[in-house]
Design a protein around this ligand. Structure first.
Ligand SMILES: [Zn+2]
Length: 409
């Protein structure tokens, strides 16, 4: 069976099982490689580093490149799990720090684990809390042992060690766990970046030693700020620990955009091509396409959901601020080129009215459309890689997307 036929199984996990049964050679190679999971590249671009792959997790197979909607509190804001699934998403992100504090591990375990608790039948990646230690937590202390922080909910003090963070994620039952890392702000001195990279490496080693669940993947995270020698050294040391996949952390933290691409270019050749690569916290449609071109596979970002709630919608011709007065009598769909449920049934004028009236359906329609738009980009990007015309696809997409006036600021 050609791989293109397997591709068509993406929308239906039962169909994938069917293909697996019918093609023992392909799927046999696929599953023998690592037993509990594997990552296979099924097509590499001949023009750039873009690749299309299949990541096998405990729950199902995830086709890459993949964008993960952010479900911080065990919910992709304003969406039901069924809606996210029906759009074609198979991997979402949830947050260790938030779920540990509320509702707490006991409740989630009593509810049958994170998947059952939120009724999500796809795969879940849980982040480690490292990013929250930089962005959100009232951090009281950070040392080689771990992070001491105060809860943003009730002010209680907690101490996260790399071992505890692995244990929390094992109890949540996520498909992919992330090691605890120290994410530093931009700008940071080289001395601080070096200290954080050293700490991140030590924590990665301890996380690997503590990890027990063989139905859960564990990804390492590369840090090192914007310093080439630190990034490369940290990448080599993290890779030497042999994780199931690798993330590039500490990007999109306020640094000039060109630094983000430079960091990815430094690290990419060091990451084994046989393992999935995850760029944490990006990004815009342009960012995703650029990162795919540079050989990255997995992404997460709050942009489509957060901007949707704020009245900003993505279209094939750029972003629109739907609250703008010019949409008050615009009875076109949000994006005439989109065939999502929101675009097929509602108009820009209606959506604008909902925002003005502060109706919660506004957030639902815009979030649905934006996530659908992102998923479509990823599907088209993947298809373009399979047909070895990714750069043409990217050029044509950006010509339309960037050609129109961007009014979102
Ligand atoms: Zn739409």
């Amino acid at each position: 069976m050609p791989l293109s036929s397997i591709e068509k199984g993406e929308k239906n996990s039962k169909e994938i099982v069917h293909h697996r049964a019918q093609s023992p050679l392909v799927w046999g190679l696929f599953f023998v490689r690592r037993g509990r999971f594997s990552f296979i590249i099924i097509k590499e671009s001949s023009e750039c580093k873009a690749r299309a792959g299949i990541l096998s997790t405990a729950h199902l197979n995830v086709f890459t490149p993949a964008f993960m909607p952010v479900g911080t509190q065990a919910t992709v804001k304003a969406m039901s799990s069924e809606e996210v699934w029906d759009m074609g998403y198979r991997l979402i992100l949830a947050n260790t720090y938030h779920l540990y504090l509320r509702p707490g591990l006991e409740i989630i375990e009593a509810g049958g684990g994170l998947h059952r608790f939120m009724n999500w039948k796809g795969a879940i990646l849980t982040d480690s809390g490292g990013f929250q230690s930089y962005s959100l937590i009232d951090l009281r202390d950070i040392n080689d042992e771990g992070l001491l922080f105060r809860s943003h909910i009730d002010g209680s003090e907690h101490f996260f060690t790399p071992e505890l963070v692995v244990e929390i994620q094992e109890r949540l039952g996520s498909d992919i766990a992330m090691v605890l890392d120290e994410c530093i702000p931009y700008p940071s001195t080289k001395a601080y970046a070096e200290e954080a990279a050293r700490r991140t490496l030590g924590w990665a080693r301890r996380s690997k030693e503590r990890h027990r669940r063989d139905d859960q993947l564990l990804f390492g995270i590369v840090q090192g700020g914007i310093y080439e020698d630190l990034r490369k050294e940290n990448a080599r040391e993290i890779v030497a620990l042999d994780f199931d996949g690798y993330a590039i952390g500490g990007v999109s933290v306020g640094e000039p955009e060109e630094f983000m691409w430079t960091v990815i270019e430094w690290v990419e050749p060091i990451l084994p091509s046989s393992k999935p690569r995850y760029v944490m916290g990006i990004g815009s449609p342009e960012d995703l396409l650029n990162a795919i071109e540079k050989g990255m596979d997995i992404f997460d970002c709050v942009l489509p959901t957060r901007l949707g709630r704020n009245g900003c919608v993505y279209t094939s011709e750029g972003k629109l601020n739907i609250k703008n007065a010019r949409f008050k009598d615009d009875f076109y769909p949000i994006d005439p080129n989109c065939d999502c449920w929101a675009c097929k049934n509602y108009t820009r004028a209606y959506l604008r009215h909902l925002y003005k009236a502060e109706e919660i359906l506004a957030a639902r329609l815009a979030t649905y459309h934006n996530l659908f738009f992102y998923q479509k980009i990823m599907q088209l990007a993947r298809q373009a890689i399979m047909e070895d015309k990714f750069l043409d696809f990217k050029r044509e997409f950006l010509r339309k997307y960037k050609g129109a006036k961007d009014e979102s600021g």
